[in-house]
Ligand binder design. Structure first.
Ligand code: HEM
Length: 497
């Protein structure tokens, strides 16, 4: 053995090859150590788990189906039970992660708020909502801050709702009460009536009193409805954003451009009308109240009427809750002789009903998608720049981990004397989102819902149409731009005060 070794070392060629081999081995080991270190230090790119994918469509085929469980928020929840609270889905060209736990929602919306403060903008929304110049899609920055400031100061705060109450809200709500009284004892389409009332209040808040004649209201409502419906007609734009040719081919571009033309026409008519009126009337009271564009674009216009519908439907299914709420509102009415901003503040049970409705039926069940602007790590997984982030608010707000065994029940009592609030710091309850882009219409929206519900409960008893019972009342959902009732809510008002 020794003889062999000395022979090898004596030969210069063999010696140099040996040295090279040793160096090569060292190099390989160093690489291996580096790789292992990277794996164990977590620096390697680790994608969140998700279902298997097909070429081109990615994971889309996992979302299909015709039953109600195929609604995106329900299907995402089912998939998250298999793949975890941070799940990756390849939706066509769009790399998406779905968040289904309060802890990870907090990591995204609070710990990494700035990184996720943008929203993905599709070609359709760019045309429809004037792209990044709009408050919803504007990237986080100076322009967006300015829009938020204007929106909060001018029309979207609760105090403003209250100050307007004596004017438009009173007017709209009394006309709702009047029409319900006229139709008392017969079936009424409550969904439609509430939608008209709330759209009236919202539109008047934007137009100011000069435009109280309601001449533009119908046009605005038509355009809003059309924008909302178009969600289903702009699928290609959402899943294959860079394939503009396909959007043209399937007719999406035509649909979007047509809606855009109509909405511009409505806006032009309102603005021209406004200028004409300003020449006649120099009243400056309405200065700054014209956030028409913002208002028209706001898909969330639908959210308050949707909430009233769900709250009324849940109370029809739970007569005990309805009676308790009516007793509270009527007591307040009897002691003051009216329902106004002051005694609404005292209606603790009514507020709990609204909170519980927002928990079980969040109008935006998947919030509004956010976009990752800088590669980062969430819950130990790498989220690359450009990933779309969907927070499944609906799943989190029904999770028994946070809400106990009664998570699926409508139980307003859970919010009575509770510290849980929707202002974005309790991540198990975020119907208005959280962080920098939390909904600026929160106070405005809840304010309107409180007023309308209080009046419906105070002045009427409610019955179901014949043949329908509390148990059989349909609670099917339909997801357009908000999570609405599949069928309109038809009820019988019985005048009682
Ligand atoms: C009352 C029911 C409402 C609910 C449940 C609701 C919910 C939401 C949610 C979840 C978001 C996304 C927040 C996020 O990304 O963190 C949002 C954004 C927004 N909401 Fe609402 N909303 C409601 C009413 C309103 C109303 C009445 C308005 C105005 C008329 C409004 C205006 C907006 C705007 C402008 C944004 C975008 C904010 C931004 O990106 O900076 N919302 N809303």
């Amino acid at each position: 053995m020794d003889h062999h070794l000395s022979h090898l070392l004596a030969s210069p060629t063999i010696f140099s090859s040996l040295i090279i081999s040793i160096l090569f081995l060292i190099l390989i080991s160093l690489k291996l150590v580096k790789l292992l270190r990277a794996i164990f230090s977590g620096r390697k790119v680790v994608s969140p788990p998700g279902p298997w994918r097909l070429p081109i469509v990615g994971s889309i085929h996992h979302l299909g189906g015709t039953t109600s469980s195929s609604l995106p928020h329900r299907r995402f929840k089912e998939l998250s039970l298999r793949y975890g609270p941070l799940m990756h889905l390849q939706l066509g060209q769009v790399s998406t992660v779905v968040v289904s736990s309060a802890e990870i929602a907090q990591e995204v919306l609070k710990t990494n708020d700035l990184i996720f403060a943008n929203r993905p903008c599709t070609h359709a929304s760019e045309i429809l909502l004037y792209g990044p110049s709009d408050i919803i899609f504007s990237p986080f920055g100076h322009h967006w801050k300015l829009l938020r400031k204007i929106a909060s100061l001018q029309m979207l705060n609760g105090r403003r709702v209250r100050s307007l109450q004596s004017m438009w809200i009173k007017k709209e709500v009394s006309s709702l009460m009047k029409s319900l009284k006229e139709e008392a004892g017969s079936c009424v389409n409550l969904s439609e009536k509430v939608f008209v009332t709330i759209s009236g209040i919202t539109s008047r808040s934007a137009f100011g009193k000069k435009h109280n004649k309601g001449r533009h209201l119908e046009a605005i409502m038509q355009v809003s409805e059309r924008i909302s419906e178009s969600t289903h007609e702009t699928v290609v734009s959402h899943l294959f954003p860079s394939w503009k040719w396909l959007q043209v081919l399937v007719g999406e571009t035509r649909v979007v451009e047509e809606i855009c033309r109509n909405s511009d026409l409505v806006l032009r008519n309102i603005l021209v009308g406004e200028e004409e009126e300003e020449e006649d009337d120099d009243d400056e009271e309405e200065e700054g109240e014209c956030l028409l564009k913002t208002l028209l674009e706001m898909k969330d216009q639908e959210a308050p009427p949707t909430l009233v519908e769900w709250a009324m439907a849940e109370m029809m299914k739970n007569p005990r809750i309805m009676r308790k709420a009516q007793a509270e509102v009527r007591q307040a009415y009897r002691s003051k002789g009216h329902i106004n901003e002051t005694n609404i503040e005292e209606l603790e049970y009514l507020k709990a009903i609204i909170k519980e409705t927002l928990r079980l039926h969040p109008p935006a069940p998947l919030m509004a998608p956010r976009e990752c602007t800088q590669t980062c790590e969430i819950n130990g997984y790498t989220i690359p720049t450009g990933t779309q982030v969907i927070v499944n608010v609906w799943a989190i707000e029904r999770d028994s981990k946070y809400w106990g065994s009664s998570a699926e029940e409508f139980l307003p009592e859970r919010f009575v004397k509770s510290w849980i609030d929707y202002r974005g710091s309790n991540f198990e309850y975020i119907p208005f989102g959280a962080g920098k882009r939390i909904c600026p219409g929160m106070g405005f929206g809840v304010g309107i819902v409180e007023i309308v519900l209080a009046h419906l409960l105070c002045f009427f008893d409610w019955e179901l149409p014949s043949g329908i019972t509390a148990e059989t009342l349909d609670m099917g959902e339909y997801l357009s731009s908000t999570l609405r009732r599949k069928n309109k809510l038809i009820l019988i008002p019985i005048s009682c005060i």
